[in-house]
Unconditional design. Structure first.
Length: 313
């Protein structure tokens, strides 16, 4: 019995060892490689328990936790919102807004953005501030001025008569006005002014105060009205000015080219078959002011729509 020898191998067969060891080593290498990668990125503490990392797997590692915390912090943030109503209003013209005014209901949306009805009312009120005369004939007047020449050879134009009429053609102002400087050319053939008309005429400064008081806050209609403002040494708001010499629609109705600056006499003849500024006695500023108002009223609706669309921007 003493000659019997036992050869026991407690580590298993070499065949099993060759099968298990490579698999374990490959898995361990992947783990170490992944851990080092996370350590280089600063997402894993080197002293962290690697057993927990191995059990949780790659989907629940520290890197995923860090990203999850960042996502949660972003999800809780509050960012400004743009409502569709706000975008639509910013792209809608003032004319379209006014056309759809009856369809507006809500005052504000949930984010506090002004609703369509609020926007419409604000646009309308702004337009009324700019053009307070809309729908109010009492706010419309027509003006016409006659000038004489002063200075060398009468080259300088100064005011000698001013007439203002209402929307209905009633005369509310008509005075001869004495120029500041000596008149050297009365221009009677066109102005109708004679020397005797200026003997007791109203001094320019006084007439200027009276006229500007009437023009204040009114829509002023005139034909080449800037010339009238010039001799008054005055500038009227553009939004309250209607110059019939610069209204293409009048030319269209008269059958003239749109870019042509037609005289008051021609437009009145073509559109109303009425003769004005006839004879050698010169023009009548009252007659011209009334004719100008009639021209304006002929295209009033279309003209005011154009003004409203421009004022709404």
């Amino acid at each position: 019995m003493s000659g019997i020898m036992l050869n026991l191998d407690f580590n298993g067969s070499s065949h099993d060892r060759r099968q298990m060891k490579p698999a374990g080593n490959a898995k361990h290498k992947r783990f170490v490689k992944r851990r080092r990668h996370l350590e280089r990125r600063g997402l894993l503490n080197k002293k962290q328990n690697t057993d927990n990392f191995h059990k949780e797997g790659h989907r629940n590692n520290q890197w995923h936790k860090q990203n999850k915390r960042e996502d949660n912090s972003k999800a809780g943030a509050v960012f400004p919102k743009f409502s569709s109503a706000q975008c639509e209003l910013s792209m809608t013209s003032s004319h379209s807004v006014q056309a759809n005014h009856g369809n507006c209901v809500a005052e504000t949306d949930k984010e506090g953005v002004p609703s369509c009805s609020t926007f419409c009312r604000e646009s309308t009120s702004a337009l009324q501030r700019v053009v307070p005369s809309l729908g109010n004939p009492q706010k419309y007047i027509a003006i016409d001025c006659e000038m004489v020449g002063t200075g060398p050879k009468g080259h300088c134009s100064e005011l000698a008569r001013c007439s203002i009429v209402t929307y209905d053609g009633n005369v509310i102002y008509d005075k001869f006005i004495k120029p500041v400087n000596l008149v050297t050319d009365y221009r009677t053939r066109w102005s109708g002014i004679r020397k005797c008309d200026l003997y007791k005429a109203t001094p320019f400064k006084q007439a200027q105060r009276e006229i500007l008081k009437i023009l204040s806050g009114k829509v002023v209609v005139g034909h080449g009205v800037q010339n009238d403002f010039k001799v008054l040494h005055y500038s009227h708001p553009e939004c309250l000015t209607r110059d019939t010499s610069r209204m293409p629609l009048l030319n269209q109705k008269a059958g003239l080219s749109e870019d042509r600056t037609a005289s008051l006499k021609i437009l009145t003849k073509l559109l109303f078959n009425k003769d004005i500024q006839v004879g050698k006695k010169g023009h009548s500023s009252v007659e011209d002011a009334k004719a100008t108002m009639e021209l304006y009223k002929l295209v009033e609706l279309e003209w005011e729509r154009t003004v409203a669309s421009k004022s709404g921007h």
